[in-house]
Design a protein around this ligand. Structure first.
Ligand SMILES: Cc1cc2nc3c(=O)[nH]c(=O)nc-3n(C[C@H](O)[C@H](O)[C@H](O)COP(=O)(O)O)c2cc1C
Length: 185
């Protein structure tokens, strides 16, 4: 039996893997913003879509400089991710305030976030205004992962865990149980 869900429509789509967007801003700062509304889009070209609220400083920074690192958050980064999502780079230098360690990028200017499970380097390829957000499609120019935690199928959750965002201060991590479907056809 199904019952109508009276909460916000997107809640049953959470918890979601969280990334931290690293951008360059007009004031010369690097800014970092967590975003759980993210998804791969196409393989050729390799693209990732991220919904960025137009009130965020990250939106302004992306309009100023259309490159970003997409940092896949680890469960160990929970407090930093929450902190980065609780204040705007418009009023504070988050890198300084939270003593964030950055990783130089290879193909783009904005740096990555040290400790992330993976760092994707992206360049804005297209953008679509949808309601209160700008949906950015990033072409992915380079993908780097922390050594030893990923194989050809993706992250090995017995070696490092994803940070899934539920809502507000609530996060999850997955229990590392690998499941195999049977091949039936
Ligand atoms: C875990 C988490 C996920 C978030 N996901 C998004 C998102 O997908 N899109 C968005 O616009 N804001 C999202 N937010 C809110 C922004 O991160 C928040 O508004 C942030 O302070 C914006 O920073 P900025 O003004 O420096 O860009 C999220 C916040 C948290 C804590």
């Amino acid at each position: 039996m199904y019952i109508e869900y009276k909460g916000k429509f997107y809640r049953p789509l959470h918890p979601r893997p969280t990334v931290v967007l690293g951008t360059l801003c007009k004031n010369g700062r690097v800014n970092l913003m967590p975003a759980s509304w993210n998804t791969p889009v196409s393989e050729e070209p390799p693209t990732v879509a991220i919904a960025v609220d137009k009130t965020t400083y990250t939106y302004e920074c992306l309009e100023y400089h259309g490159e970003a690192t997409i940092n896949v958050a680890s469960d160990t980064q929970i407090q930093l991710v929450y902190d980065l999502g609780s204040v705007s780079g418009r009023s504070v230098d988050k890198v300084e305030k939270f003593s964030v360690e950055l990783v130089p990028s290879v193909k783009i200017k904005p740096p990555g976030l040290q400790g992330s499970l993976a760092i994707l380097e992206g360049r804005v390829m297209s953008r679509y205004p949808v309601g209160e957000v700008m949906l950015y499609i990033f072409e992915i120019l380079l993908v780097r992962v922390l050594e030893g935690i990923a194989d050809e199928w993706g992250l090995d959750l017995s070696k490092a865990n994803l940070l899934l965002h539920s809502a507000g201060r609530v996060f999850y991590r997955v229990a590392p149980t690998k499941l195999f479907a049977r091949k039936r056809v």
